[in-house]
Design a protein around this ligand. Structure first.
Ligand code: 5GP
Length: 189
């Protein structure tokens, strides 16, 4: 998506070899006009897949998922972070490792909001090593729901999560794919 790549090129900060900061339009201050274009793009990619629910994880995924959901006219469910593993049998849980925070956390979704009748599109802001996406996929599996695929805003391909998850047969579509950030230069795929 050229508009997004252009914005990354102009504004994103490379924090270190692995982390890109896009606080100025996506993760802190939000450019809703850009989000609208992102939502439209996800809709055009997945509109024929019978999606009736969008799943994401708090916090950064929520805005993107909500704008996208308006095009699909479906609800958004977001996994909560910091859920207790022993939360009881009302919640699907999965463990996720955040490399940006170097910490494991448990994400959870109430069983009330995902069921075998659902066809789910997962949305997230970044795909890096793939842990967040695999955690969400695990929750879809536990719910016996159908996974239509995943829509990612920015994938850092050099961290390998996207390749591994695609190899498992899941349709992962990323609107901007970064092949490398070596030497402070962003190279798109
Ligand atoms: P993964 O689980 O694929 O390793 O990382 C994905 C999650 O980590 C995303 O939900 C996102 O919140 C966060 N993340 C990964 N890489 C970056 C990055 O370069 N910048 C920011 N702001 N967040 C990232």
């Amino acid at each position: 998506m050229d508009l997004l790549k252009e914005r990354i090129r102009k504004q994103a900060d490379i924090i270190n070899a692995d982390v890109l900061r896009v606080d100025m339009f996506l993760n802190h201050q939000i450019d809703v006009g850009l989000l609208n274009e992102i939502g439209k793009e996800f809709y055009s990619l997945f509109k024929n897949d019978g999606i009736n629910k969008i799943l994401t994880v708090e916090a950064s995924g929520i805005g993107i998922a909500c704008v996208t959901a308006q095009y699909f006219s479906v609800p958004v469910v977001f996994a909560k972070k910091g859920v207790n593993r022993n939360v009881g049998n009302e919640v699907y849980t999965s463990s996720v490792f955040s490399f940006t925070k170097s910490a494991h956390s448990v994400i959870g979704v109430s069983k009330k909001y995902l069921s075998p009748e659902d066809t789910v599109l997962i949305i997230d802001d970044f795909l890096a090593n793939g842990s967040a996406l695999e955690g969400l996929m695990d929750i879809v599996r536990q719910a016996n729901a159908t996974l239509a695929g995943a829509g990612i805003v920015i994938e850092k391909a050099f961290q390998g999560g996207g390749a591994r998850i695609r190899a498992s047969g899941v349709r992962v579509v990323s609107l901007a794919i970064i092949e490398s950030m070596d030497g402070g230069k962003i190279v798109f795929g």
